[in-house]
Write a protein that binds this ligand. Structure first.
Ligand SMILES: [Zn+2]
Length: 126
């Protein structure tokens, strides 16, 4: 199994806690802001994941997310092992949802909704 095949397998199902659409560059995760607006966040695997030198190895991802609808902030943290397999996730001021729930929450007939409503997310200031 090649490296990319491995990555596809990681995020394409199972894993609990929510499905993720993924490519070789990264993947989406989904959440609701404190006001329950559905938000999707793109994670660039090359730029967003940081080596976790303090913990047991692997990678961590911390995203500050500003809801594009109500501007409330959420802070998401996902943890991965050395092979980019998600090991745990936490969130402040929000709640994780899966892709199916996100899609179901979109208004009908707005195919561009996902592109126009991308959450503005920034890296944790270091
Ligand atoms: Zn909101």
């Amino acid at each position: 199994m090649g490296f990319l095949d491995t990555l596809k397998g990681i995020f394409s199902g199972g894993g609990g806690g929510g499905g993720s659409r993924s490519t070789s560059d990264g993947f989406f995760f989904y959440l609701r802001c404190p006001s329950s607006h559905p938000i999707h966040v793109w994670v660039n695997r090359g730029h967003d994941l940081a080596r976790d030198y303090d913990g047991a190895g692997g990678f961590t991802l911390t995203k500050h997310i500003v809801c594009p609808t109500c501007y409330k902030k959420s802070i998401a943290q996902l943890n991965f092992d050395d092979r980019y397999r998600e090991t745990s996730r936490e969130i402040e001021n929000g709640q994780y949802i899966d892709e199916a729930e996100y899609d179901a929450a979109q208004p009908k007939g707005t195919a561009d909704y996902k592109r126009t409503q991308s959450a503005r997310a920034t890296r944790w200031p270091s």
